[in-house]
Design a protein around this ligand. Structure first.
Ligand SMILES: Nc1ncnc2c1ncn2[C@@H]1O[C@H](COP(=O)(O)OP(=O)(O)OP(=O)(O)O)[C@@H](O)[C@H]1O
Length: 353
């Protein structure tokens, strides 16, 4: 079932083609993340959905209602869409309570009850209600902004990089908290972010934009493991890209004979593995018959996840691999290791894709 449908949306700013024929559907109650490099059109798309920007062509439909049909649009304030932006955009001269209740009827008998319910929902202490925004941390301000947006009971919530000003630990906590609040409230959400890890962990659906075009949309798992092209593969995370010979659901490549995610394709192709699909074992003298052998040339300690650089032997094409490994029992530089592949290699649709 479709809740929001974006159909053939295009937008120019003078000579810049900010959005080019975008089609995207969003299911009710779901969380979609729109990701892409800087300038790929993410904010423009969000602003068109919100009603702050008019498309040149195409439609935006929400619950079957046409919100935009080319330049003919329903104004932003009549769309029932909430938005939380990067800076939270709170009113600095108003208390937290007044910020949350902004737009609520002032004489409403259940006003205090509503404010309390909203501040509880975003898991802030009620004793913060009398404070001004500058007396709150960045994360607390974002929660107030979310409470204010929720107070208007939006049909759809748009989050425009709301976590980007927060530091790493807080960012992750906020992301989880916001996802929880929106899920409990049953509100369909679209998040714009340039942080691919954030998109993968927050969303049920990830849509990748590049140069104003929608490159791929799908579940985080499907995009991460089966990206359409090399650019999407490397945008979504570290990737090991290798040339290979295909046949019968297997490939022969520098890592030996490994299963692939396509059947029935033959010939040369480019394949991708995620670094965590490769497992290292330090070789003792008896292990030199292992299928794929290499030498450790660098070890980068990174806490829980470390990077081990391995140069494969001549027999394995002398490829250089950056492999993710746990910080426990890291091999030493200069040691010989065998490399085993977990799972399947992804085959790109087109050679050189
Ligand atoms: N009001 C505007 N006038 C002219 N050009 C614009 C305007 N808004 C956006 N653009 C251009 O449209 C393209 C898409 O911009 P947009 O802000 O949507 O990208 P983005 O993916 O959100 O980028 P970022 O991650 O840097 O915020 C860019 O080339 C940008 O320079």
């Amino acid at each position: 079932m479709t809740f929001l449908a974006i159909k053939t949306i295009s937008k120019h700013y003078g000579p810049v083609h900010a959005l080019d024929n975008i089609d995207l559907t969003v299911a009710p109650g779901s969380r979609t993340a729109i990701v892409g490099p800087s300038g790929s059109g993410k904010t423009t798309l969000l602003r068109i959905i919100a009603g702050f920007e008019t498309p040149d062509a195409g439609q935006v439909m929400l619950e079957g209602e046409t919100l935009a049909d080319g330049p003919s649009v329903v104004p932003a304030h009549r769309r029932g869409i909430g938005i939380v932006s990067q800076d939270g955009a709170l009113f600095p001269h108003l208390s937290v309570a007044d910020n949350i209740s902004f737009g609520m009827e002032r004489g409403r008998p259940d006003r205090t009850q509503q404010i309390n319910a909203l501040i509880d929902m975003v898991e802030l202490d009620r004793n913060m209600l009398d404070r001004r925004p500058h007396q709150l941390s960045g994360g607390q301000q974002q929660r107030v902004a979310l409470a204010r947006a929720l107070g208007r009971k939006p049909r759809l919530m748009l989050l425009d990089e709301p976590f980007s000003a927060l530091d790493t630990g807080l960012r992750e906590n906020m992301r989880k908290a916001v996802a929880r609040v929106l899920q409990i409230a049953g509100i369909t959400t679209i998040l714009v972010t340039h942080d691919q890890a954030e998109a993968l962990s927050f969303a049920d659906q990830v849509a990748v934009l590049r140069d104003g075009k929608l490159v791929q949309a799908g579940t985080p798992q499907s995009l991460y493991l089966h990206p359409r092209d090399r650019e999407t593969a490397t945008f979504l995370g570290d990737a090991i890209l290798l040339p290979a010979d295909l046949g019968d659901g297997f490939t022969n490549c520098a890592l030996g004979r490994i299963p692939t995610d396509t059947n029935g394709r033959q010939g040369r192709a480019d394949i991708m593995l995620r670094p965590e699909q490769l497992q290292l074992s330090v070789l003792d003298d008896a292990g030199t018959s292992a299928a794929c052998v290499g030498k450790v040339t660098d070890v980068e300690f990174g806490g829980a996840v470390c990077t081990v650089t391995v140069v494969l032997s001549q027999a394995n094409g002398a490829e250089t691999l950056n492999i993710k490994s746990s910080g426990v029992g890291l091999p030493e530089i200069g040691s010989m290791v065998s490399v085993t592949v977990l799972g399947k290699a992804h085959v790109f649709d087109k050679p050189g894709a």
